[in-house]
Structure formats: C-alpha cells, structure tokens
Write a protein that binds this ligand. Structure first.
Ligand SMILES: CC(=O)SCCNC(=O)CCNC(=O)[C@H](O)C(C)(C)COP(=O)(O)OP(=O)(O)OC[C@H]1O[C@@H](n2cnc3c(N)ncnc32)[C@H](O)[C@@H]1OP(=O)(O)O
Ligand SMILES: O=C([O-])CC(=O)C(=O)O
Length: 378
C-alpha cells in the first residue's frame, strides 16, 4: 500500500467518488447533478432539487407530485418527540435541540433495512418532512407556546415559515426562503457531509447519520458561521468601524466570519445569489443598516485578503436574508440543516450503494515502551 503524505484537514484528499455535486473553486461554479445552481435557484423548488440530488434525475410531474404529497403527509411529529422537546432547556441552542430530536427519531424508526428501497425512501421522506417541524416546534416551545400544526394547504417553505411565526408568510418571503434552501442543500465533501458519510459507512440508521451531521454543521467554522456573521456585524455597528475592526482582527490573527473557503478562491456563487435575494427583500420591506456594513466589509476584506483568495462564503449574506424575515439569529444554522439534510441523505444513499467502512490511518507521534509508573510515584 502506498503511504500518503499527511495533510491536516485532509486538504485535497478525495474521500469518496460522488456524482451528486461539483465545485470549481477557481471559477466559482457549483452544480447539482450537473445543473448549475443559478438555474436551479431560478427555476426549481427545494423539494424538486432534493429529489434530483437523492435520486439522480429531475422528477417527472407525477414523481414530483407523489414526493411532495409524501412529504406533506409526514410533516407532523409524534407527541412523544414533542413532549421530549418540551423538556429541553429553553436556553439551549436550537442546533443541539435539533440534533437530539433527529437522533430520537431513530428510537421510533430504527429498523435498519438498508437494502430495501422502501425503507430508504421512507427515511428520506420522514427526515425531510419532520426536521422543519422540529425546528419550529422548539422555537415556539422555548417561548412557552404550543407548537403549531403543519398546514397541508401550504407548500414546504411557506409551511415552515407559518409554523415558525404562527401566521401565513408573505409570498415573496416564502419564495426567497425556498431559494435559500436550494442554495444550502448540497456542497460536495464538506465537513458535515463527510461526517454523514463516515457514520453511514458503519451501516447505522439514517437518523444517526443525520444527527452526526447536524452536530458537525453547528460549529462556527462550518454552518455555525452564519449566526456569528450577524453577531460580528452588530458588534461592528457602523460603516466607519468596519476598517478598524477588520484590521484589529487580522492583527490578532482572528478569523473574519463568513469569509474564506477551503475550495472557493473567489466569491462563493451562493453568496452572489444570496446577496441578490437580500436586496429583493430590502426593496420590498425596507433597508437594513447591517447590509451597508456587510458591503463595506466585503470591500475591505477583498483589499486586505483578496490576494489569498479570501472572499465571502455562503454564510456571509444568508443571515441578512433571514434577519429581514424576522427569524432569530440562533435559528440560522438549524435552517441550514433543514436544507442540507437532503444533501446528507443523497450521500447516505450513495455511500450505501458501494459501501466500505471509513477507516483511515494516522501518523503516530507518541512514545513507545514506556514503563507504567505506580500512582504514588507520580
Ligand atoms: C458552510 C461553510 O462551512 S462555509 C465556511 C464557514 N466558515 C467561516 O466563515 C469561518 C471563517 N473561515 C474560516 O475559518 C476558513 O476560511 C475555513 C474554515 C472556511 C476554511 O479553512 P481552511 O481551508 O483550513 O483555511 P485556513 O484556515 O488554513 O486559512 C488559510 C489562510 O487564509 C487565512 N484565512 C482563512 N479564512 C480566513 C478568514 N475568514 N479570516 C481571516 N483569515 C482567513 C488563514 O489565516 C490562513 O492564512 P495564512 O496562510 O497566512 O496562515
Ligand atoms: O464546502 C465546504 O467546506 C463548506 C460549505 O461551503 C458548505 O458545506 O456548504
């Protein structure tokens, strides 16, 4: 066996063969099953894109209707899950609540029949359908309210916003939210997807796969950055403070949240679309001063770090979109998870098709042949 050079963070090391999505980080291109995201953002819906990613082809009209109907029928969560969530501390982070709730689904549906397409479809539908309900239910319950039941007459994104805010959403806001889900659904071998694939490779159940990926997504270097971006913009507070803030952080060798990417060395194509979506919302619902701060920050960071290929990533503008919709900051990453679950499931399915357990090696740099020291001599 050839011994490879150790690469911290596995940079540049292929961990799987996959036909789900493709990134060209120099040109700023992202495709799902070969289709550019710009086109999907304009013409598709989240559920149609999820279908494309998981089953490999765009659905026919009948296939899409059947999938939407199945998801609609599975939106409700069991009262025991709801009661379990009610016991979570209201000060707990919604990502932790989501991780625990997704794992708890496995208590009810743990039968592992991983070779049966019916089992796979059932798990896909159940997870895509219930994750938004769990996010909205935790939000209402931590405020002391009862969760709102899903509305069968509303489509996927409109229903989520309805469950969250207890009122029917504005049509433009619901459409933009759906596009945000399309933009967040999949992104090659990112950390949470890798985590999902490693977990999948042990042939555990899909609820454990998703729970492990949710845990990975929450970190501030990954999906959790969208929450930190808004906190950072609030801390900056004004356009004049941007330059000194950036300079100070760089001097202290601290990262600027929402910037930089392992693969993109240009502006993330998703950030370009998210910025346009934010502008559409501002045009309808009024400007946001944090957008001016964000734009100035993009200019200053390009000036300082453009030579290193550091530009806004997907997490930089998404928070401004969600903020304008009145969504609390700590729900930004759970919303990322609502979308990404379909990407994780596509990878789960692909992993099962040609599974081999992930078991890489390590470079041992510890000691050998050390004698045991009795406790009284230490
Ligand atoms: C959905 C997503 O996961 S998108 C990413 C969300 N995460 C963030 O926005 C957090 C901020 N960004 C980062 O921490 C990084 O850019 C990551 C985690 C996204 C990528 O990390 P890596 O590929 O390991 O890059 P790494 O951290 O090695 O940085 C390479 C160089 O760029 C610099 N750099 C990278 N990102 C940033 C940043 N956001 N701010 C300042 N400097 C940065 C590093 O300091 C390093 O500089 P050096 O070579 O002079 O030491
Ligand atoms: O690809 C990555 O490393 C992170 C990312 O942008 C994503 O998961 O959407």
């Amino acid at each position: 066996m050839t011994v490879c050079e150790y690469k911290p963070g596995l940079e540049g090391i292929p961990a799987a063969q996959s036909s789900i999505s493709y990134v060209d980080g120099q040109k700023g291109i992202l495709e799902y099953r070969g289709i550019r995201i710009e086109e999907l953002a304009q013409k598709s819906t989240f559920l149609e894109t999820a279908y494309l990613l998981i089953w490999g082809e765009l659905p026919t009209k009948e296939e899409l209707q059947a999938f939407e109907e199945e998801v609609r029928l599975h939106r409700r969560i069991k009262y025991r899950i709801r009661d379990m969530m009610k016991c979570f501390p209201e000060s707990g982070h919604p990502m932790d609540a989501l991780q625990a709730s997704a794992a708890a689904l496995g208590l009810f549906y743990s039968r592992r029949d991983l070779t049966n397409p019916v089992y796979i479809r059932d798990a896909v539908v159940r997870l895509i359908a219930t994750i938004p309900t769990m996010v909205a239910a935790f939000q209402l319950m931590r405020k002391g309210n009862d969760p709102v039941k899903p509305r069968d007459d509303l489509d996927y994104s409109a229903n989520f916003l309805y469950m969250l805010n207890e009122k029917e959403p504005d049509a433009l806001a619901a459409k933009i939210f759906d596009v945000c889900l399309i933009l967040h659904v999949e992104h090659t071998m990112n950390a949470s997807t890798f985590s999902a694939r490693v977990t999948a490779s042990t042939l555990t159940d899909p609820y454990a796969v998703v729970a492990s990926a949710v845990g990975t997504l929450g970190g501030p270097l990954h999906g959790g950055a969208n929450e930190e971006v808004i906190q950072m913009l609030e801390e900056i507070g004004s356009v004049e403070n941007v330059r000194p803030y950036v300079e100070d952080r760089l001097l202290r060798k601290e990262k600027l949240m929402g910037f930089g990417h392992r693969v993109y060395k240009v502006k993330d194509p998703r950030a370009i679309i998210l910025q346009e979506l934010a502008e559409q919302l501002f045009a309808k619902f009024g400007a946001d001063k944090y957008y001016d701060i964000a734009q100035e920050m993009e200019r200053v960071v390009e000036e300082k770090l453009g030579h290193k290929g550091i530009y806004p990533n997907v997490d930089f503008y998404s928070g401004l979109v969600y903020r304008k919709m009145g969504i609390p900051t700590d729900l930004f990453t759970p919303i990322f998870a609502i979308a990404r679950v379909a990407g994780w499931l596509a990878h789960w399915k692909e992993q099962l098709e040609e599974n081999r357990i992930f078991r890489p090696t390590q470079v041992y740099n510890g000691r050998h042949s050390i004698a045991y020291t009795p406790i009284e001599q230490r």
